[in-house]
Write a protein of this length. Sequence first.
Length: 254
Amino acid sequence: DIVIATPGRLLSLMNIYNIDFSGVKYFILDEADRMLDMGFYDDIMAVVNQLPKDRQTIMFSATMPANIRKMAKAIMNNPAEVQIAVSRPPESIKQQAADIFETQKTAFLVENFKSFKDSNGADLKKVIIFVGKKQKVKELTRALRARHINARAMHSDLEQKERDEVMLDFRNGKVDVLVATDIVSRGIDVDDIPLVINYDVPRDAEDYVHRIGRTARAENKGEAITLVSPEDKHFFNKIERFLQKNIERITLPS
C-alpha cells in the first residue's frame, strides 16, 4: 500500500525490476529542500516521470527557496501553499554573534578554536560548524586538521555510506568537530552538542533556527556563535527581525 524510499534507492530498484506505477494515487516528498541540497533533483524528476499524471502530489519543506518553487511548478498542478509558523529557538540556547571580515573567518577559528571550553573548563567535543558552500567545508576542515583539531567534513559530494560513517563517528565521540553544509541542519539525532558555529550566515531565518537547534537538546544548554561579515549583515538583520530580538555581540581578539 505504501512505499517509503530514498530517491536513489527507488531508482536502483526501477533499473533492476519492471515496476508498475500505474496505480499510484499519492506522491509525497518529505524534507524536499534537504533532498535538493543533497543533489537529488534529477533523481526525483526521474521518479516523477514514471508516475501517472492523475495523482495528488504533496511536498513538505522547511524553507521555500527558488529551487523548491521551481520543482513545485514542474511536478504540481495549481498547488495550494500552506505555511506553518516556524518556532523560535529555545531560551536555553545562548546566542552570540561576532562582526568579522570574510577573509578572517578561517584564521579566527583555526587560531582560537582550542580556547573554546565547556562549563567545566574542558575542551569542547561534538561541535558543528555550518558553512554555506561545500568547497568552503573542505577548505576549513583541512585547515582545522592541520592544527591537529579532530574535524571531519559533511557535504553532498560524499556517498551515503561515507555520510553514515562520519555521523556515526561524530555521535560516538570519535569526531570533535563536524564541518557541514545545511545537510545536517535537520534530522540528526545527537543530544549532547554544546556549540554550533555559523561560519556563514544562513540566507533564511528558518535555516538559522534549524541550525542552532542542533544544540540545547534533551533539556541541555547550548551556545550558538554566528560570524557576520559585512556582506552578511543584511541577512543577519533579517534573522534578528524574525527572532524579534538583538543577538548579543562578542568582541573578537585583535
